[in-house]
Design a protein. Structure first.
Length: 244
């Protein structure tokens, strides 16, 4: 069976000769891909900390091992993404982002200052390890102070982060950036919603189940739980889907 993921229509050069050979037995998972990226970065003179964010990758994935060192190259001259590709015996390709800026955990505030006060910034970090797909809540994250300017990509307050969904797994104390979060859908596949039909002088509401993720204003498939019929409806606020 041929396994292919996100095959990009670009050409790239292999730096694989600088990397150690990979075993061709067993199966590979997300950590094998991350290790290949770490070896590539080290061979390029830019070694990553063990806590550097590399993803998004599904921790449950199992893929055929690569018989040789995977080919790795930047997706483009202006991108922080890398293309990781195996040429055989079974071809597969992954696009991953490397967030080296948020690799080191941010120390909690209270650092002793020998030369008087310095400027401080706030960043947002997880309290504990969070898997990819997590929708952030205030209980999961906290603000910490740093004396290193974090840059525009870093989230700087809880209000910015709450409600966003992680696109990469993060460990405790790793600063969250715009590169590893995305806006969470208004409704998610499998979630119970309220199907509402409105007409001249009447409103009918019944429970339903979302058959796909959807943002406010999207047209999505939903199932009427009572009848089992699948309908299309427009996503509204508060878990409501308007059916015409």
């Amino acid at each position: 069976m041929k396994i292919t993921r996100f095959i990009p229509l670009i050409a790239f050069l292999s730096l694989g000769a600088a990397l150690p050979a990979f075993a061709a037995d067993g199966v590979w998972g997300a950590e094998n891909i991350r290790q290949a990226v770490r070896d590539y970065m080290a061979g390029s003179g830019k070694p990553l900390a063990d806590t550097a964010a590399i993803g998004p990758l599904d921790e449950r994935m199992q893929i055929p091992p690569c018989a040789t060192v995977p080919t790795i190259a930047p997706r483009s001259a202006y991108s922080s993404s890398l293309v990781v590709q195996c040429a055989g015996p079974q071809v597969w390709t992954f696009n991953v982002r490397v967030d080296a800026q948020s690799a080191a955990p941010v120390a909690a505030s209270g650092k002793a200052l020998a030369n008087g006060p310095v400027q401080r910034w706030h960043v947002v970090v997880p309290r504990a390890s969070l898997p990819v797909g997590t929708i952030l809540t205030a209980a999961m994250i906290e603000e910490r102070e740093t004396d290193i300017a974090p840059g525009g990509a870093f989230l700087k307050s809880l209000d910015e982060a709450v409600g966003l969904r992680l696109t990469a797994a993060l460990g405790p104390g790793i600063a969250i950036t715009t590169r590893n979060v995305a806006r969470a859908p208004t409704i998610m596949k499998g979630e119970t919603v309220t199907l509402t039909a409105e007409g001249e002088g009447f409103v009918i509401a019944t429970p339903g189940r979302a058959e796909e993720d959807g943002y406010e204003g999207d047209l999505v498939a939903v199932k009427n739980i009572k009848s089992g019929i699948v309908l299309s409806g427009r996503v509204a606020q508060g878990g409501v889907v308007l059916v015409r």
